[in-house]
Design a binder for this molecule. Structure first.
Ligand code: DX5
Ligand code: ZN
Length: 222
């Protein structure tokens, strides 16, 4: 899906929303590969963030790079379509938020957008078996979704390793993303377990020099 072996995807949840366009431009210019766009609905998760209009506004501002939309919403299908129209490149959702996972994945892919599934720390992986080959990305949450700035849950390492084995056994080009509590220490652990795509919110946006932080994070990937 991407020629790059490792992807750093800053989560704009930790950016300064009062100057979002500028923040996104700055972090991309500083070496970020993707923008991770966290969508929360105060229903599937206990927090409320941003919707398709904000994604469209970033496109209108001139952001052409890859936008990785992480839907923490229930239901999934209608807003997924709105995000495709708003310019999303990839949309991932939580399997327990869709009644028909296969249908939701294909409704996204039929429109030419990439699709991913997201697993919380306590969500079993069994749904993955029947749809893995249809996916462009699997996202393993290393915190419970809803807030930035939480601590990495170490149990997610085992889950990353399990999914890595499944992807390798299938032999398809499917990215393995990790999200939550990623910093200079935990990025090494997650990459060792097999992750290749790393979301980081507070570890990037809470620093002064994005370029230095991103290159430090990249240097810890093993
Ligand atoms: C959590 C979000 C994450 C979060 C990551 O619900 O999905 O993307 O913003 O933030 P940090 O890196 O601060 O844990
Ligand atoms: Zn996220």
């Amino acid at each position: 899906m991407s020629d790059k072996k490792y992807i750093i995807a800053p989560s704009i949840l930790a950016s300064d929303f009062a100057k979002l366009g500028e923040e996104v431009r700055d972090v991309l210019d500083a070496g970020a590969d993707w923008i991770h766009f966290d969508v929360m609905d105060n229903h599937y998760v206990p927090n409320l963030t941003i919707g398709p209009m904000v994604c469209k506004a970033l496109r209108n501002y001139g952001i052409k790079e890859f936008i990785d939309v992480h839907l923490m919403i229930d239901p999934v299908d209608e807003l997924a379509q709105s995000f495709i129209e708003a310019g999303a490149d990839l949309i991932s959702f939580h399997p327990e938020a869709s009644k028909h996972i296969h249908r939701s994945i294909h409704a996204i892919k039929d429109k030419g957008c990439k699709a991913g599934l997201v697993y919380n720390p306590a969500t079993p992986l069994h749904t993955l078996e029947s749809v893995l080959e249809d996916l462009d990305l699997v996202l393993i949450m290393s915190v419970n979704p809803g807030f930035g700035g939480q601590s990495f849950i170490h149990g997610s390492i085992e889950k990353i390793a399990q999914v890595r084995k499944m992807i390798d056994a299938l032999g398809k080009d499917i990215r393995l993303e990790v999200d939550g509590g990623i910093n200079k220490d935990t990025i090494a652990l997650a990459s060792e377990a097999g992750a290749d795509t790393f979301v980081a919110g507070s570890a990037i946006f809470n620093t002064e020099n994005y370029e230095q932080t991103i290159s430090e994070l990249r240097s810890k990937i093993v």
